[in-house]
Design a protein around this ligand. Structure first.
Ligand SMILES: *[C@@H]1O[C@H](CO)[C@@H](O)[C@H](O)[C@H]1NC(C)=O
Ligand SMILES: *[C@@H]1O[C@H](CO)[C@@H](O)[C@H](O)[C@H]1NC(C)=O
Length: 393
């Protein structure tokens, strides 16, 4: 009786009044904000896996340079770029737009995610910068650039905080190793559910902290990857390759000195500014070459460079500047990079990675897709001998 009366009453209410009533109920049902209700992190499904169609797509977002949001102005946009209406929110809209268009399986934020000098509260700024990834429930991994720590949090605190954020797969540092910096970790991408390689990492991602600034013999320079990090990297790669010779990708913010030489040896994309690397060469390229598994390195830092060039068989690719509060160039759209890996189709199920491709997306009217290229393709003669042993098999 009471229930049907209530239903009849509700039916008579104008919709807006009903909405207000529901809102009121929601407030009543909301837990006491002062009560200690533990909020558990919304975790990404781990391990990450290739999709059922045998693909895995990574979106690289380089140099968002996020500040305080709507109040933080754009830099280097053309006069028709919105003027005073152009802010950090344009960076957010661009991120939503590329997520909608590409539906990535992972987003890699490769440093200078926030621009410390313009961020009043580092945590607040980071939450806003990353929010589209969380909104779309896309797993994401982040590393630090040279500007992230210039606000209210140290590099360690930033990595710790990012490791605890929703859908983050970021880690502070690898357990069991004493490594320099914060944000050195490995993420393995496993075979799809239902495949024979469901328990095997078929694509390895290495994230490294390339530091911020250093002084060498009294001269200021950028940071570099230290020997302790390379020790971990070599050991991890060696361990992984005991079971499967899976290709790998490395992500770090500051380019290595050899990237400069690509000006002479060739590149695809735009090389519009000097490579702002460290004066110290710590042998990263030698290490990567000796490891053998890394096929491409994804870089940030130099916003006007978005090229890929090959050094000793390894591609070095810039993401290209993404953020509107970062320096850029008017009439040269902000951009993002996609790294797309596909598995080989076996007779009964998906096999190992067959190819890795890349392209970029511009924040122009059409969200133009440019500079498509193949970064790696498994040579046919060795494709059947790559699986050395299967864990659990
Ligand atoms: C920023 O966003 C505003 C509002 O949508 C738009 O009018 C403006 O053109 C955008 N600026 C750029 C550079 O994309
Ligand atoms: C994968 O691991 C799970 C859990 O350890 C196991 O039950 C399953 O049989 C394994 N599958 C394959 C194909 O190795």
């Amino acid at each position: 009786m009471a229930a049907s009366h209530a239903t009849a009453l509700v039916a008579l209410l104008p919709p807006c009044l009903l909405a207000l009533l529901l809102l009121r109920f929601a407030t009543v049902l909301d837990p006491d904000p002062d009560a200690a209700v533990p909020r558990v992190k919304a975790a990404a499904p781990l391990p990450l896996r290739f999709r059922h169609d045998g693909a895995f797509k990574i979106l690289q977002v380089a140099d968002m340079h996020f500040g305080n949001g709507a109040a933080t102005r754009c830099r280097d946009v053309s006069p028709d770029g919105g003027g005073a209406r152009c802010s950090d929110l344009n960076t957010t809209w661009f991120l939503r737009r590329v997520i909608e268009a590409e539906r990535p399986d992972l987003i890699a934020f490769t440093g200078d995610n926030i621009f410390g000098g313009s961020a009043t509260d580092a945590a607040e700024s980071l939450l806003r910068a990353i929010s589209p990834a969380i909104e779309y429930k896309v797993p994401w991994a982040a590393i630090l650039g040279n500007h992230d720590q210039e606000s209210t949090m140290t590099r360690e605190e930033l990595m710790m905080f990012m490791s605890l954020m929703d859908y983050s797969v970021s880690q502070v540092n690898p357990p069991g190793f004493l490594v320099h910096g914060f944000g050195n970790y490995h993420i393995g991408i496993h075979g799809p559910f239902g495949s024979e390689l469901v328990n095997t990492s078929l694509l390895n991602l290495y994230f490294l902290d390339s530091g911020d600034r250093e002084v060498v013999n009294g001269v200021k320079t950028y940071g570099w990857i230290k020997e302790s990090q390379l020790v971990w990297l070599r050991a991890t790669s060696l361990e992984l390759q005991k079971t499967v010779l899976a290709p790998a990708l490395a992500f770090f913010h500051i380019p290595i000195p050899e990237v400069r030489g690509l000006w002479y040896s060739g590149f695809k994309g735009q090389y519009q500014e000097g490579v702002a690397c460290s004066s110290v060469n710590s042998g990263v390229l030698n290490t990567l070459v000796s490891m053998g598994d890394v096929k491409a390195v994804l870089l940030g830092h130099d916003h006007l460079n978005d090229f890929c060039g090959n050094l000793d068989g390894i591609w070095f690719c810039y993401g290209g500047g993404f953020g509107y509060h970062a320096y850029g160039r008017p009439h040269w759209p902000r951009r993002a990079r996609v790294i797309y890996s596909e598995l080989k189709k076996g007779q009964r199920s998906w096999m190992e990675v067959e190819s890795i491709q890349t392209w970029k997306l511009l924040d122009d009217e059409k969200l133009s897709k440019i500079d498509e290229q193949v970064l790696w393709r498994r040579s046919t003669d060795d494709s059947d001998h790559k699986i050395l042993s299967r864990p659990g098999a």
